[in-house]
Design a binder for this molecule. Structure first.
Ligand SMILES: Nc1ncnc2c1ncn2[C@@H]1O[C@H](COP(=O)(O)OP(=O)(O)OP(=O)(O)O)[C@@H](O)[C@H]1O
Length: 793
């Protein structure tokens, strides 16, 4: 009862001691509604309400003073509904527990290789630049930006060697024992500080300390006043038409790339009217409870307690709309801006309804699908916390985690399964006694992504196994209302809930753009380094188009003393979790990611999102920049915009408010200065890559050896295992994968080419996953619409 305080209206339940109350009223196992089938049409709600009213009358007679015994004196109200004291609403504990047993093969990590290279180079540089005296001592003078001497120290090569050894040891100890986080970060800070970093810009004998902090509006203003001359060269100001280009009349935003409902013709509007349920009618016909707070939403006590523990008091707009309608059992197509709480919007009604499930037989009744492992892990963690005071069981089924463990968990039929599509199908086909035939609620998170070609076949296969009578709910910040895309999910008169202006970005997000002219393309890396060294120093997520660039940039960052981790599909699941954890816990300042991390990830405190390249579509842009400015907080995105990105830029401007958009210029002098330093380390990057490759080779050989030994050791057991099956043949699997990759690349190539206004639209049935795709006839040229053609992540 510690953290749970009810409003006066709910005083009925306040005086009932926790154990008693949960036994008598709230514990679903003994509630009067026990043994009822999962209440699809919400009949139980009425019954429950009457009971609550009865209880309320009774309680008014009781002594109100008893409340004082229960109220937690430390409790605080969160006026905006957001409890910032909650560190992380989710964690990796379930995912960690599900990791496959580690095969012990010793090899150096990429971080160790980089660190060694960094210190080696430091040694070389010291030797060259300072002219070693007999003892190898050198003089290090630290200077402020304006040339004032700050400190002086002596250093020799032995110390550098020690530094490497001790930093390696420290990491080993941390790995083994786990160390006081603050202390460790402090040490790493020292290690990586620019003071003695040969790669620090302006390097050489005199090391310049960059005393500038992350950019804030007021700081920027001050700086602008002080350095008026520099303002033009390195500044942030409002964008104007010049940035988009006058000669772009032909380059009108392709209508099909924008929000479909904005461009619907009469026929399409009529179709939608017939397809979607009329929301106002549903709301009018139902006696909906007030949605001003969770307390007044007629939710069961264990859920209220779960919400309270997560620090949520007031529902967000999408929660206010979705929860009551979902509780009625209606199908939903829900869209609301990034970071607006869509996860809780579907989890609360699921858990509430599950409290009234029959308990004679355990069944998997709810399936939640997410497009990436990390998203499923996050959703599972939030769901576990929300359901912590209920008897509801959950299972996480994602690739990269132990299949065996998942099989064991599925055998007891958990109430909710949270999965990625591939692993789920594997279980449906190969795990004894697991099936989807009793699914009563299907949730598809990031539904527009899941409806794309990359997932088409898998999604069709899953939907085929779920009963038709289920309730289906789809959610995304870029939710589609295109009937041709939704139709294969066999929705039952879904209610369309588009809470915010469709495909809008958060109003608290400042969006900066840095124009990269054609001849400046080679400066992208430098500009990114300048941004990170001078302005954006903590909790920055940087998106790259490819894994390779992300990886190379991690090496460059490491050599420049910037603490970064990478997140993309080339890493093992353990490495992916470690990267996220390190970033979340502030052990590294930068997360270098591909679009794998662009959707749904909710990491508290991300201050800045940098797009190294403009993403491939406006939808991708929304999701990427949506990693910041979440849950009512401020945030900033910075996008490096090439000449070919004008079309997308125009779309961003169209969907944003003027005051959200800024232009940032980078001082050309600064670029020159950084260019020298970067040129100096290009060889080192190659060396690191080479060493990494060698390490990998050694590791691979060792693994092969171990595998061979195991094959001999467990020969019989392996031979007796039934072969796993897949719904596609190997050939089909490979060809749909190839097709996806081809189309993805094609999309990139075509994404920014100027296409004359479309003259007509014709539909055709695609061979890929039976998705209906549109082809646009434009002046005799047929352009394949790329909306659906993306690679599986
Ligand atoms: N009612 C609430 N009050 C306060 N904070 C909330 C509430 N609901 C959710 N949050 C917080 O808001 C943040 C964003 O929630 P969530 O991840 O569900 O957003 P989302 O809409 O799914 O975003 P995206 O579209 O990026 O996936 C989370 O940190 C969550 O803990």
């Amino acid at each position: 009862m510690d953290d749970f305080v009810l409003t006066i209206e709910d005083d009925t339940e306040v005086i009932i001691p926790e154990e008693e109350s949960s036994d008598v009223n709230d514990n679903p196992q003994t509630s009067s509604s026990n043994n009822k089938k999962l209440n699809k049409k919400g009949d139980n709600k009425k019954e429950k309400k009457t009971k609550k009213e009865k209880d309320k009358k009774e309680i008014n007679k009781k002594d109100v003073n008893t409340e004082n015994d229960i109220i937690n004196p430390d409790f605080t109200f969160f006026i905006d509904g957001i409890n910032n004291s909650i560190e992380h609403p989710w964690d990796f504990s379930a995912a960690r527990a599900g990791l496959k047993p580690k095969i012990l093969v010793t090899s150096r990590t990429i971080d160790e290789i980089i660190e060694k290279k960094r210190l080696d180079t430091k040694k070389e540089k010291n030797a060259k630049a300072n002219g070693n005296n007999k003892n190898g001592n050198k003089k290090v003078i630290t200077k402020s930006k304006h040339g004032d001497e700050l400190s002086m120290s002596e250093e020799n090569d032995d110390n550098l060697e020690k530094e490497y050894v001790s930093s390696k040891k420290k990491k080993e100890i941390v790995k083994k024992n786990g160390v006081n986080k603050d202390k460790q970060t402090e040490n790493e800070d020292e290690e990586n500080s620019d003071e003695d970093d040969p790669f620090a810009f302006g390097g050489g004998v005199d090391y310049v300390i960059d005393d500038e902090e992350g950019i804030s509006d007021s700081e920027q203003e001050e700086e602008n006043n002080e350095h008026k001359e520099k303002q033009d060269a390195n500044s942030e100001d409002d964008m104007n038409d010049e940035d988009i280009d006058e000669d772009d009349d032909e380059d009108d935003v392709d209508e099909d790339d924008t929000v479909s409902s904005e461009t619907d013709d009469e026929y399409e509007r009529e179709r939608k009217k017939a397809y979607f349920a009329d929301k106002s009618e549903i709301i009018q016909n139902q006696d909906l409870a007030s949605t001003e707070s969770f307390q007044t939403m007629n939710l069961s006590r264990p859920i209220l307690k779960g919400l309270s523990h997560l620090g949520f008091i007031q529902p967000t707009p999408i929660q206010k709309q979705a929860i009551p309608i979902a509780l009625m059992g209606k199908d939903i197509c829900g869209g609301a801006i990034t970071g607006s709480g869509k996860t809780i919007a579907f989890l609360v009604p699921i858990i509430e309804r599950l409290l009234y499930r029959p308990r004679q037989t355990a069944e998997v009744r709810v399936l939640i699908l997410a497009p990436t492992r990390e998203l499923a892990i996050q959703c599972h963690s939030v769901a576990s916390k929300l359901a912590a005071f209920t008897d509801i069981t959950l299972c996480l089924c994602v690739g990269g985690l132990s299949l065996k463990k998942q099989e064991t968990e599925l055998r007891v039929r958990p109430d909710i399964v949270i999965a990625t599509p591939g692993r789920l199908i594997d279980h449906v086909r190969n795990s004894v006694s697991f099936s989807l035939e009793n699914i009563e609620i299907l949730i598809i998170d990031e539904a527009d992504r899941m409806l794309e070609d990359g997932f088409a076949d898998e999604l069709n296969e899953i939907v085929k196994h779920c009963p038709k009578s289920r309730q289906t709910m789809l959610f995304s910040a870029t939710m589609t209302d295109n009937i041709d895309e939704l139709i294969r999910l066999s929705l039952n008169r879904p209610v369309k809930l588009m809470v915010d202006h469709i495909k809008a970005t958060n109003a608290k997000l400042i969006q900066e753009f840095i124009r990269i002219r054609e001849h400046q393309e080679k400066n992208r890396e430098l500009i990114l380094l300048i941004l990170c060294k001078k302005y954006f120093k903590h909790k920055v997520i940087i998106f790259f188009r490819s894994k390779m660039i992300a990886h190379e940039m991690k090496i460059i960052f490491g050599l420049f003393g910037l603490k970064a981790s990478e997140l993309h599909g080339n890493l093992s699941q353990e490495q992916r979790l470690e990267a996220l954890e390190a970033f979340r816990d502030g052990k590294v300042d930068y997360l270098l990611a591909t679009d794998l991390a662009s959707r749904g990830l909710d990491i508290k405190g991300i201050e800045t999102v940098i797009n190294y390249n403009m993403p491939q579509s406006y939808d991708h842009y929304i999701h990427r920049v949506g990693r910041t400015a979440r849950a009512g907080r401020n945030g900033r995105s910075v996008t490096l915009t090439g000449e070919e990105d004008r079309k997308l830029l125009k779309m961003v401007l169209k969907h944003s408010q003027k005051e959200q958009i800024k232009r940032r210029n980078i001082d050309t002098e600064l670029i020159k200065e950084y260019a020298e330093n970067l040129a100096g380390i290009k060889d080192k990057v190659k060396e690191v890559l080479k060493e990494e490759k060698e390490e990998k080779l050694i590791k691979q050989t060792e693994m092969e050896l171990l595998k061979g030994q195991n094959l001999i050791k467990y020969k019989e057991e392996i031979a007796n295992r039934p072969a796993r099956t897949w719904f596609q043949t190997e050939k089909e699997k490979q060809s749909s994968k190839n097709l996806s990759v081809e189309e993805y690349n094609e999309k990139f190539d075509n994404a920014f080419t100027v296409v004359p206004k479309k003259k007509g639209v014709e539909k055709e049935k695609s061979k890929v996953g039976n998705v209906i795709k549109k082809k646009v006839k434009s002046g005799g040229v047929v352009k394949k619409k790329g909306k659906n053609i993306k690679k599986r992540k």
